[in-house]
Design a protein around this ligand. Structure first.
Ligand code: ATP
Ligand code: MG
Length: 242
């Protein structure tokens, strides 16, 4: 039997709130407004996943599906330096792919199964999970088709998380436009994109927001094994930290 592993976020406070970090064999969603650190968390965990277990890692490789073109190898190298690992090696251990549309996002996921079957991968990042669905499926008329295709993608990701012992880390934006929100999720204007299908697929959901000054706040939302609690973190050259 595969054993579930936890991967650190880079922040001790946030790890404590998550009982040690994000768990393998599950889908995890990190959502929040722009610039609150979703992509920075994805970069940080892409390095930490490679580290020894004593350092909060999982000694594994990383797959990174980028839908917004915001992956930066230079950031990986800076974060690698914080943890004292070789920056080039840290980059080499990340299988990077840029998705241009939802069809490609699904194909990339299927293509990664071969990597997962032949190498020890422990983290799959999807940054961000909904952005291409929101541009490929526009308007109310396409919503049910979108949710159906999204559901298939998420089921496949869940299977892979369980079969290959992966943390799946999905980022997502909140919709502040009340019109879009009413259309896609709810009516209160601060909902993550993706509606119920995404909400139910994610084991742990983390809501990020800006705090005082440089501080950022993460709130754990509907986790099966953590109470709803908050933790603060900062974004540094070395990635997410306390
Ligand atoms: P979006 O919704 O637009 O994708 P995001 O939540 O992914 O936003 P990030 O790109 O993760 O946001 O975070 C951006 C923040 O990270 C900015 O406030 C920026 O100042 C900070 N940041 C980026 N690089 C560094 C660095 N090297 N050192 C310190 N802070 C940094
Ligand atoms: Mg981002």
């Amino acid at each position: 039997r595969k054993r579930c592993i936890r991967i650190s976020t880079g922040s001790k406070q946030l790890d404590a709130a998550l009982n040690g970090g994000f768990q393998t064999m599950s889908l995890n969603e990190v959502y929040g407004e722009f610039r609150c650190g979703k992509t920075q968390l994805a970069h940080t965990m892409a390095v930490i996943a490679q580290l020894p277990k004593e350092m909060g890692g999982a000694e594994g490789k990383v797959a990174y599906i980028d839908t917004e073109g915001t992956f930066r190898p230079e950031r990986i190298m800076e974060i690698a330096e914080r943890f004292g690992v070789d920056p080039d090696q840290a980059c080499e251990n990340i299988a990077y792919a840029r998705a241009q549309n939802t069809e490609m996002q699904t194909e990339l996921l299927d293509g990664l199964a071969a990597n997962f079957a032949t190498n020890e991968y422990r983290l799959l990042v999807i940054d961000s999970v909904m952005s291409l669905y929101r541009t490929d499926y526009v308007g109310r008329g396409e919503l049910s088709e979108r949710q159906q295709v999204l559901g298939q993608f998420l089921r496949r990701a869940t299977q892979m998380a369980e079969e290959f012992n992966l943390v799946v880390l999905m980022t997502n934006q909140v919709m502040s436009d009340p019109g879009a929100s009413a259309l896609f999720a709810g009516v209160d204007g601060r909902k993550p994109a993706g509606g119920h299908i995404l909400a139910h697929a994610s084991t742990t959901r983390l809501l990020l927001r800006k705090g005082r000054g440089e501080e950022r706040v993460a709130k754990i939302v509907d986790s099966p094994d953590c109470p709803e609690r908050e933790a603060t973190y900062i974004i540094t050259t070395g990635g997410i930290n306390d």
